[in-house]
Design a protein around this ligand. Structure first.
Ligand code: GAR
Length: 207
């Protein structure tokens, strides 16, 4: 089988996208980045893609009359890039169930909390408000719920007394940049098996 094609879907800064670019460029991830899909014309992720000659598909949310039309365009862009794996890297909208079903088992997401705690937006602030001592990040397969799919990798981060949302987010981010490329690599090497809610990581490549 040839090299896998990865599509990244991002709404903003794209530092997680950059972490994947870096691991593809240094040969750690055996794959090709087929495209960046974004809903936001001012996403810095677009600049990162351009710098590495990665095609950009802009599906500008504000140019569509409603969510239905936006979703159709998004799904078309996803089909058009013909990717083996779709990585949500700071994509800040909920995908429709039909879209999730269409790409089931081929889509992963990075979330800045130890799921199932603190799904949704402002996960780091939610962790501070709750008062947990251990925060962290999670890479998971995307299912039809919000941040509820089978978990691939998690990493814990200790909460400090004087943490703010920004300081905690920054420390968690360091590990997002490690575990997201790790998960992408495992998938590109065919080393993951989904068994119910559990994701089994195999030691060596699939046969
Ligand atoms: C990351 O912290 C990611 O985990 C989070 O948005 C940030 C994007 O940063 N995603 C979510 O909160 C999804 N619910 P980036 O654009 O620099 O990668």
């Amino acid at each position: 089988m040839g090299m896998k094609r990865i599509a990244v879907i991002a709404s903003g800064r794209g530092s997680n996208f950059q972490a994947i670019i870096d691991r593809v460029c240094d040969g750690t991830i055996p794959a090709q980045i087929a495209c960046l899909i974004t809903d936001n014309p001012s996403a810095y992720a677009i600049k990162r893609a351009e710098k590495h000659n990665i095609p950009v598909s802009l599906i500008n949310f504000s140019e569509y009359p409603d969510r239905e039309h936006y979703n159709q365009a998004l799904e078309k862009a996803m089909r058009d890039c013909n990717a083996d794996l779709f990585v949500l890297a700071g994509y800040m909208r909920l995908l429709k169930s039909e879209t999730v079903r269409a790409f089931s088992g081929k889509m992963i997401n990075i979330h800045p909390a130890l799921l199932p705690s603190f799904s949704g937006l402002h996960a780091q602030q939610q962790a501070l408000d709750y008062g947990v001592k251990i925060a962290g990040c999670t890479v998971h397969f995307v299912d039809e719920g919000m941040d509820t799919g089978p978990i691939i990798i998690q990493y814990p981060v200790v909460v400090l007394n004087d943490d703010t949302e920004a300081s905690l987010a920054e420390r968690i981010m360091e590990f997002e940049h490690l575990i997201l490329p790790q998960a992408v690599k495992l998938i590109c090497e065919d080393r993951l098996e989904i068994s119910g809610r559990r994701v089994i990581i195999n030691e060596s490549g699939g046969e």
